[in-house]
Design a protein. Sequence first.
Length: 111
Amino acid sequence: MAIVIGNQSFSGRSVTISNNRVIIDGVDITANLPEQKTFNIEVTGNLEILKADVCQKIQINGTVGQVQTQSGDVDCGDVSGSITTMSGDVDCGTVGGSIQTMSGDVKHKRN
């Protein structure tokens, strides 16, 4: 599995971006990244959870347990849990839980 942020590749099962800090599996990797205000996140493989307060786009090429973002588009495969975004479009496969967005379009496969 590969997690690509800022053109750098990492591995892990859980990603959190909060207050411009990037945490993968509980380890702060922010110092390894170029300084940036917004993030594009691309994951190839399965991921348990991805949380981001602000990102430009989340692309998950695989399945994910849960996705949460305050601002940013989400494009992913199947989700066993839920997807929540305050502002952003959602394009995904089947979803085991719910999809919530206050401002954005939703496209997903139905079970």
